[in-house]
Design a protein around this ligand. Sequence first.
Ligand code: R5P
Length: 283
Amino acid sequence: MKIIGGPASQLLASRTARALGTEPVLCEFNRFPDGELYLRIVDEIENENVTLIQSMPTDSDFVSLLQLIDACEGAAEINVVIPYMGYARQDKKFKSGEPISARAIARCINADRIFTINIHEKSVLDHFPCPARNLDAANLLGEYVAGFGLENPMLVAPDEGAQELIKNVASGQGFDHDHLQKTRLSGDTVVIKTKSLDVTGRHVVLVDDMIATGGTMAESIRMLKAQGAIDVHLACVHPVLTRNAALRLFNAGVKDIIGTDTLEKAESKLSVAPLIAEALSER
Ligand code: R5P
C-alpha cells in the first residue's frame, strides 16, 4: 500500500504510513505563476494500491484532491481518505435557490473506496459515486480526555446534533454526559438556551465534531461557568478554528482546546492515524 498525503494532510499521511509500516510517497506541490495549482507524485505508483489522504478545509485542497486522484490513473486501486470534508455542513437547501454543496463536491470525488472521519452529516456519504464509509474518532477522543486526569468530569455537547458523538466519547470511559440546545442566528452567532445542568464543582469537557468560528463553544463556556463549573475544556474532532476563534474561546474562559490531526493546527494534539490504518487494513 502506497500512502500519499495531499498538501493539507502531510503529517497525518506520514503518521498513517508509519502505523502501516511503510513510508509516505513523496509529492511536489507548487503553483503556476497565475496561481493555478501544480502537483506531481514523485514515486512510481503504476499498478500499486494507493491511499490518498487529503483534508479539504479550502477550495484549493479540493482541487488538489481531484488532481491527486487523476495523477493516480495507473494505480491498481485508489482509496481516498478525506479526514475533514469542507462544505459538509451545507448538506441540504436551507433556503430556496441554494445548492447542496456537500452533494456537489461529493459527486466529483470517485475512487475504489472513500473514507471520511466524523463527517458532519452521514447522509452526505450517499452522494459519492463509490462506496464511502465514515470512521468514528469518538473512542480516541474519550481515551484522550481520560488522560486529562480530571476527577469525575461531565461531558457536554453544545447541541442535539452532537448527541451521538458525546454518547460515544463518554460511554467508553463511563463519563457522565448531557447536551445543550443551540439556535444559530448567523454564521458566527448562536444562542445557547439556558439549561440547568448540575455542573457546580464539576470539571466540564465540551465536545463537538468541529469548532469553526468558536461562537457555539464561547456561548456554551460562558453558560457552564455561570452555572458553577470549576473549569471548561474543549475537545473536538476537527479544529477548524477559523478567524479569531481561539481568542474568542480564551476570552470566554476556556481551560484548554484539543482537536485531532484531521486538520493540522497547534491544537491538533491527538492523531487519527491509528483509525485510518485500521480501516485500510480491513478488507
Ligand atoms: C454544527 O452543527 C457543528 O456541529 C458545530 O457545532 C458548528 O459547526 C460549530 O461552529 P462555530 O464554531 O462556528 O460555532
